[in-house]
Design a binder for this molecule. Structure first.
Ligand code: IMP
Ligand code: MG
Length: 180
């Protein structure tokens, strides 16, 4: 595939992720205790594993919907320009909505999606990100809940890819390029 050779070093174990999701799910359950039916919106594709585990820890009525965004540019640099490739199927006006993101990096993706969803007048709009790289932030945004803050490393696994690989790793690992 023409990528430089690399190895993956485990950064966050599957066990730690599961434990953190239980904690987050308790807080989210409290936040949406009065909600008739929560709309959980996953940002494709990186959040698909996280959203699957998260919704199964929520003892709430939920529906699940997805948005797919694309940034131009290559795999390692997310660009500032965000396009909507796939929009929600459902109407969110007056609804309580939880947006689920894999990583908040520069923050442009989440900022763009939130602006779009806010324009549709949900009753309540909250966000959760599994990972946050605060040192990379360009857009002034922070998820309401974050799984783990991580340093400026390129990570894969648990749904997150590098050039469409490694999404199926059960843990979060960091990509380390090996010199040749
Ligand atoms: P942002 O718009 O810069 O916040 O980028 C968000 C998106 O970039 C995430 O949803 C990921 O899809 C991707 N991304 C950011 N950091 C990484 C990483 O370390 N590994 C893989 N994808 C990443
Ligand atoms: Mg993403």
């Amino acid at each position: 595939m023409g990528e430089k050779p690399y190895v993956i070093d485990q950064m966050i174990s599957a066990k730690s992720i599961a434990a953190r999701i239980e904690e987050l799910a308790r807080e989210i359950t409290t936040e949406f205790a009065e909600t008739e039916k929560l709309v959980v919106v996953g940002l494709l594709r990186g959040s698909f594993v996280f959203i699957a585990d998260l919704v199964r820890e929520l003892p709430l009525p939920v529906e699940v919907d997805f948005v797919e965004t694309s940034s131009y540019g290559n795999a390692m640099e997310s660009s500032r320009e965000v396009r909507i490739l796939k929009d929600l199927r459902g109407d969110i006006e007056g609804r309580d909505v939880l947006v689920v993101e894999d990583i908040v990096d520069t923050g442009h993706t989440l900022a763009h999606v939130l602006t779009l969803l806010q324009s549709r007048k949900p009753r309540k709009l909250r966000t959760i990100a599994l990972l946050d790289k605060p040192s990379r932030r360009e857009a002034a945004i922070k998820a309401d809940w974050t799984g783990f803050e991580i340093p400026d490393e390129f990570v894969v696994g648990y749904g997150i890819d590098y050039a469409q690989r490694n999404r199926n790793l059960p843990y979060i690992g960091k990509v380390r390029f090996t010199e040749t």
